[in-house]
Design a protein. Structure first.
Length: 84
């Protein structure tokens, strides 16, 4: 039986910019990512021609450091700055 990664499940504090997108924390990183993708899908922010890109709205732009378009791999790095 696989042992879960306790560090991955540890509740983290969320910045005010990120909490505007995913809700109030603290919550585990996995839950933050899940809620972030839920927000992206509900607001149709995934680029239609290149599914790896996320088109930021005003709330996500604050999380993404002012960038209009971010790829999903860069998104993880940018979101990490909003977790402590």
């Amino acid at each position: 039986m696989a042992k879960s990664n306790a560090a991955f499940m540890k509740p983290m504090n969320i910045s005010s910019e990120l909490s505007a997108v995913v809700g109030q924390g603290p919550m585990p990183r996995s839950e933050v990512v899940k809620k972030l993708w839920e927000y992206i899908r509900n607001n149709n922010l995934q680029d239609a021609s290149n599914k790896r890109n996320i088109n930021a709205d005003a709330k996500l732009k604050a999380v993404f450091g002012g960038k209009d378009v971010v790829n999903m791999f860069e998104m993880t790095k940018l979101v990490s700055k909003h977790l402590s």
